[in-house]
Design a protein around this ligand. Structure first.
Ligand code: AHG
Ligand code: MN
Ligand code: MN
Ligand code: MN
Length: 335
């Protein structure tokens, strides 16, 4: 009989690869897993529980918040606050980071950044959404309140990152720097089981994911890349297929499994694109690199960008190595 390895068991087995104190990260990942199960439960009954639709408020980035954006945000915060594993948290849905400074948090070494619900415009139409998380060790001294510097670290400092995809199945995919591993939730049992060990992007893929409606705003290099993927070249297997579902987690997940590249260029909603560096781009970049993929801002590695603000944005090109390098080539030709 096939042996079923749960997420909890896998984390404990693999903590030997982790360079810092073991138990803390294990406990933190288990809190994220628990919050993910709670959010999953809410999403599954969204159509019945009157939790679809807009909350009537905007977040700091001027986006209209969905009811589930707020619900998911509250669930992650309260679950993580209840444990003593982290000393602070930042979220897409909160203007400032939160300091956790009760007695149980005084020895906590980690901060978490989250996008509680990614692709929230998909909720009302029953399409896949996700949660993204990024974990750093604090820089400020243990026992003091966390500061902005603890959160605005470059992506290369991440100690763990992951996402939950609420799709046809619910999956949790994470990395601590020793590969990218995927676990599928069994709702009957209430546990995540290892289903996708060592996930890998193919070297090259034939799918591209971009909101092409914004074509007119794109940099010249991206327009040329789009024309290139649409050209007929039988030897090179072009044209590519277009797939874009409005939830980066879902597009990323498909592209990692089947091969493809995701693009959110600058010049659309803002000069730096739309996606937020700290809780959208960097965690996905860590997962992608651990899975043999590549993530770039068009000119360099996303994870090496030095952030200066909590909610700053970055252009984002992520997926199979060959196509991300092709995008960089087109962008550089234009300069
Ligand atoms: P969020 O729902 O967390 O605000 O993120 C939405 C992001 C990302 O998931 C998606 O790929 C992109 O925004 C879609 O933006 P457009 O509608 O501009 O294409
Ligand atoms: Mn949003
Ligand atoms: Mn998002
Ligand atoms: Mn979001």
């Amino acid at each position: 009989m096939e042996r079923h390895i749960t997420l909890g068991e896998f984390i404990i087995q693999n903590q030997k690869d982790f360079p810092y104190a073991k138990g803390e990260l294990t406990s933190l990942l288990s809190a994220i897993r628990l919050a993910g199960k709670m959010v999953n439960q809410e999403i599954n009954k969204a159509g019945l529980a009157e939790i679809r639709g807009k909350a009537g408020k905007e977040n700091v980035q001027g986006e209209v918040q969905a009811k589930l954006d707020i619900l998911a945000n509250d669930m992650f915060i309260s679950t993580l606050r209840d444990r003593g594993d982290i000393c602070g948290l930042a979220s897409e849905e909160l203007e400032d980071f939160i300091v956790f400074n009760e007695e149980r948090h005084k020895n906590a070494n980690y901060v978490v950044l989250i996008d509680p619900l990614d692709g929230s415009s998909n909720i009302d139409v029953d399409i896949t959404v996700g949660t993204i998380f990024s974990i750093y060790r604090r820089i400020s001294p243990l026992g003091t309140p966390v500061t902005l510097e603890d959160f605005i670290q470059p992506g290369i400092n991440q100690v763990a990152a992951g996402y939950i995809i609420y799709g046809t199945s619910t999956m949790l995919v994470y990395t601590t720097g020793s590969g990218t591993h995927g676990f599928t939730f069994d709702p009957g049992i209430g546990s995540f089981f290892l289903s996708h060990p060592d996930m890998m992007f193919p070297e090259s893929g034939r799918t591209y994911s971009i909101n092409e409606g914004n074509y007119v705003h794109f940099p010249g290099g991206i327009k040329k890349f789009i024309k290139w993927v649409q050209e007929l070249d039988e030897e090179d297997n072009r044209p590519f297929s277009a797939r874009y579902c409005g939830s980066m987690v879902a597009d990323f997940h498909r592209n990692m499994i089947q091969g493809g590249v995701f693009l959110y260029p600058e010049g659309t909603k803002s000069p730096n694109g739309k996606l937020r560096l700290l809780y959208e781009c960097n965690p996905m970049a860590f997962l992608a690199e651990q899975a043999g993929g590549k993530c770039s801002d068009g000119y360099g590695r996303i994870m090496e960008r030095i952030p200066s603000e909590l909610h700053e944005r970055a252009p984002f090109y992520c997926g199979c190595k060959t196509e991300v390098e092709k995008i960089e080539w087109f962008l550089n030709q234009e300069d």
